[in-house]
Write a protein that binds this ligand. Structure first.
Ligand code: CA
Length: 226
């Protein structure tokens, strides 16, 4: 999942990037309210979660949150701040935060809160993605092809979820890198091809139609099997 981290402390930002990356999340780090606004306006729908610091060197995270909700933005937001007063927590939650955590924080607890927020999000939409005989259970994080369970790494899971959210659509290597890895596209990088290869070997079955097709010169496409 893609997580937007709004944080002006470079040490905390880098800690979050590493920790979330190890959990298979792609992170975008921004350090001012202005840039956070711009990213949420332009790409809010492709961001799965926002971790929001309040005390920013330029601007206040609370205003970022208010503006996001005023625009109708539904991306879940967890406030992560040193402000520990009850009045601050009330302000944050009333402004539309899904959860509120104070610094210093435990990374394990942050991960648990992220899971809790995502569970409640998922319950309001589909909990299972289905394309043909391929199923992705978003709550239990298990993938199935017909009756066969498929074990996936974090990255393979993120890749398959992306394909299943855009069935039959051609996804370019640059789009996949941006959504699953958060790298800018580097010509010559073959990380997408390598992972699509892993995923194919796990998802495809002898005697059944291949599901992930290469579209020459354009990228990859998940097809719905009959
Ligand atoms: Ca700060």
């Amino acid at each position: 999942m893609r997580i937007l981290v709004v944080e002006d402390d470079p040490g905390i930002a880098s800690f979050l990037r590493k920790g979330l990356g190890a959990e298979g999340h792609a992170t975008d780090i921004v350090d001012t309210a202005l840039v956070a606004d711009a990213v949420l306006r332009a790409e809010g729908s492709s961001i799965g979660l926002v971790l929001l610091d309040l005390g920013l060197a330029e601007g206040d995270g609370l205003d970022v949150l208010r503006r996001h909700r005023q625009r109708g933005g539904t991306t879940p937001v967890i406030i992560l701040t040193a402000r520990a007063e009850v009045t601050d927590k009330v302000l944050g939650l009333d402004a539309g935060a899904n959860d509120y955590m104070t610094k210093p924080f435990s990374f394990e607890e942050l991960l648990a809160r992220i899971r809790a927020v995502l569970r409640s999000e998922v319950q309001t939409e589909a909990t299972v993605l289905t394309v043909g005989d391929l199923r992705l259970d978003l709550l239990s994080k298990v993938a199935w092809r017909a009756n066969r369970r498929i074990d996936l790494s974090h990255r393979e899971w993120a890749l398959l979820e992306l394909f299943m959210r855009h069935p039959t659509q051609v996804l370019s290597r640059a789009q996949i890198l941006d959504q699953v890895w958060d790298y800018a596209f580097e010509p010559g990088s073959n990380v997408v091809d390598v992972y699509v290869g892993h995923l194919r070997r796990k998802v495809n079955e002898a005697g059944r139609a291949p599901l992930i097709l290469t579209v020459r010169g354009a990228g990859y496409r998940l097809t719905a099997p009959d």
